[in-house]
Design a protein around this ligand. Structure first.
Ligand code: ATP
Length: 225
């Protein structure tokens, strides 16, 4: 193929802690969209938004344990190393400066994140730097009006575009998500129950060894019946 670019995908989150929902999503996206690289990018959290007793270094360590022996997913620590708030646009600018123009960069997000896009710092510039890949649950509707609908109309692209263009396309991908959330895992541990089988055993061992999430600031979990 003549015009095929190297393709790098980013999957951001707090990963507090990382779980099988994140890992399956990242792996399935990499395989389905045929990315050359898929990087998990833990976000820097301002101190007041950190889970009490869990540091950025510990979130990073849990991700590293989850990814051990997995060649298909990588850890990208750049946001943890940067002081101050995490803005996706800064991350993409940094990557562009590092990788140059002839690389395709895709930033992956859930539909819930897409809906909040107009409130993101310098959001209009995101598509000047990268593609956006939006994952929707089967059957979910995309907005029919407003700013998001306008962005979709202007930038909607195909999986093939991600391999021949370096940025500027919005690709929607339907994918089933495992019903797992970090909030629920924190709540289980905080209330003395086991989250086993929701996250890798190495991550759970680390949580146990370091007594993480025993006390959480969260009082309730809507997903907990
Ligand atoms: P919390 O419950 O603390 O909000 P979370 O489990 O939703 O955490 P985040 O770190 O906030 O995880 O999410 C990182 C990314 O992972 C987001 O893009 C989010 O849409 C996605 N994500 C979260 N849970 C799942 C899941 N079960 N399956 C696939 N993707 C998920």
């Amino acid at each position: 193929m003549s015009n095929k670019l190297h393709t790098i995908a980013l999957f951001g989150g707090t990963f507090d802690p990382v779980h099988f929902g994140h890992l399956r999503m990242a792996l399935e996206l990499r395989q389905a969209l045929d990315f050359d690289e898929m990087r998990l990018v833990p976000s820097h959290q301002p101190r007041h938004r950190q889970t009490p007793g869990v540091s950025a270094g510990q979130r990073r360590q849990m991700l590293a344990l989850a990814l051990e022996g997995c060649d298909e997913l990588q850890l990208d620590e750049r946001e943890l190393e940067r002081p101050g708030p995490t803005y996706t646009v800064d991350t993409l600018e940094e990557l562009r400066a590092e990788l140059g123009d002839q690389v395709s960069i895709s930033f992956c997000m859930g539909l819930d994140s897409l809906l909040t896009l107009p409130s993101w710092h310098r959001w209009e510039q995101l598509l000047e730097l990268a593609h956006l890949v939006v994952v929707t649950r089967p059957g979910w509707q995309l907005p029919a009006g407003g700013e998001i609908a306008a962005v979709l109309k202007r930038h909607r692209g195909t999986i093939g575009d991600l391999h021949t263009e370096s940025r500027g396309r919005l690709v929607v991908r339907e994918q089933t998500l495992l019903p797992i959330s970090a909030t629920h895992i924190r709540h289980l541990i905080g209330s003395g129950r086991s989250p086993r089988y929701l996250l890798p055993a190495a991550v759970l061992n680390y949580i146990d060894d370091n007594q993480l999430y025993r006390e959480t600031a969260e009082s309730g979990d809507p997903s907990d019946e």
